[in-house]
Design a protein around this ligand. Structure first.
Ligand SMILES: NC(=O)c1ccc[n+]([C@@H]2O[C@H](COP(=O)([O-])OP(=O)(O)OC[C@H]3O[C@@H](n4cnc5c(N)ncnc54)[C@H](OP(=O)(O)O)[C@@H]3O)[C@@H](O)[C@H]2O)c1
Length: 303
């Protein structure tokens, strides 16, 4: 196990679950936050941002491992994703190199990086992987590309699951589209496996919940129908309507100053026909197996 771990994104959906896992396991943790500082909840908080080189230097000072989970997942312009996801990641790996002690760096990327042309977000995650790899020097960089992550605290999948259990499934894109999912607790277990592995592999891994070939919309509807004991109605959202909603959402967000999730640039990602992936490489490298399947998560309301 590597000791003294620096974590970014610890106040977000995935990062807060990760932080709880690591502190429960007794890992000495230092976490970057835009709001918090001092010692609290078993964590040494460093107040700062990915734009603040001094804060990043304090965050990684003496850290053996860095887990980079901060990122922009919403935004109204490509420059926002680039500044946070690409420039921010680059600043962090440079701080880790200058710190002189960091041996391993985990970059939480996304399955979206597989297709950089699909969205502003996808491009920024792809570029972050590329640039961090180039700047890493002696540090072993492991890239995790999780698929859509869900679980308590998530804002994106939760409404979809709530509607699903009420008997409605709204679906974008083609009928035969395949998607995959991953519960946040399983992702946190994968990160722990990475920390505990004697040597961090300098490699890129895709992660999902082990559902072979992912899900299609009909199989998701069937799972929910079985749990409800009643049918689920599937409503196909036509492409022109989806694009219109995305355009309207972008305008509203620009007026209100809120970062939007659904934008015209995101539509390509949402309607991509194949987001299935395999855990085989990460299973072999780290011995990680996910445990939570969608059926149980929906039945037990683990989202
Ligand atoms: N959710 C998914 O389905 C999913 C799937 C694959 C990959 N990922 C990746 O996982 C990571 C975390 O995603 P999430 O869903 O947990 O997102 P989230 O809930 O929006 O959390 C993002 C985190 O990043 C921090 N952050 C953003 N900009 C920052 C900046 N400039 N300086 C410092 N901290 C900053 C946020 O801090 P504040 O709390 O201060 O805003 C927050 O802690 C991201 O890199 C994302 O690309 C997510």
């Amino acid at each position: 196990m590597a000791y003294t771990v620096a974590l970014t994104g610890a106040t977000g959906f995935i990062g807060s679950v990760l932080r709880r896992h690591l502190t429960r396991a007794g890992v000495p943790l230092r976490a970057l936050s835009r709001q918090r500082d001092g010692f609290e909840d078993g964590t040494e908080w460093v107040r700062g941002t990915l734009e603040d080189e001094d804060a990043l230097a304090r965050l990684v000072a003496g850290a053996d491992a860095v887990i980079h989970c901060a990122g922009a997942v919403r935004g109204a312009a490509p420059g926002h994703f680039e500044r946070v996801n690409v420039d921010g990641s680059l600043r962090l790996i440079e701080a880790a190199r200058n710190g002189g002690r960091c041996e391993r760096f985990l970059l939480l990327s996304s399955l979206a990086a597989r297709h950089p042309h699909l969205s502003w977000y996808a491009r920024s995650k792809f570029e972050a992987e590329r640039r961090v790899g180039q700047a890493a020097g002696e540090i072993a960089v492991t890239v995790f590309r999780p698929t859509a992550v869900y679980g308590p605290g998530d804002r994106e999948m939760r409404p979809i699951f709530e509607w699903l259990l009420r008997g409605w499934l709204f679906t974008p894109g083609q009928d035969g589209a395949r998607l995959s999912l991953l519960h946040v607790e399983d992702l946190a277990c994968a990160v722990r496996k990475w920390l505990e592995s004697p040597q961090a592999p300098a490699a890129t891994y895709e992660l999902n919940d082990c559902q072979p070939d992912g899900y299609d919309w009909n199989s998701i509807a069937a799972i929910a129908a079985e749990i409800r004991g009643n049918p689920v109605r599937r409503i196909r959202v036509p492409m022109p309507l989806l694009k219109g909603l995305a355009q309207a959402n972008l305008l509203v967000s620009r007026l209100s100053g809120r970062a939007p999730m659904l934008t015209p640039a995101k539509v390509g990602e949402l309607t991509h026909p194949d987001w299935s992936c395999s855990n085989e490489a990460v299973r072999q490298a780290l011995g990680w197996e996910p445990r939570i399947v969608l059926q149980n998560a929906l039945r037990e309301h683990w989202f």
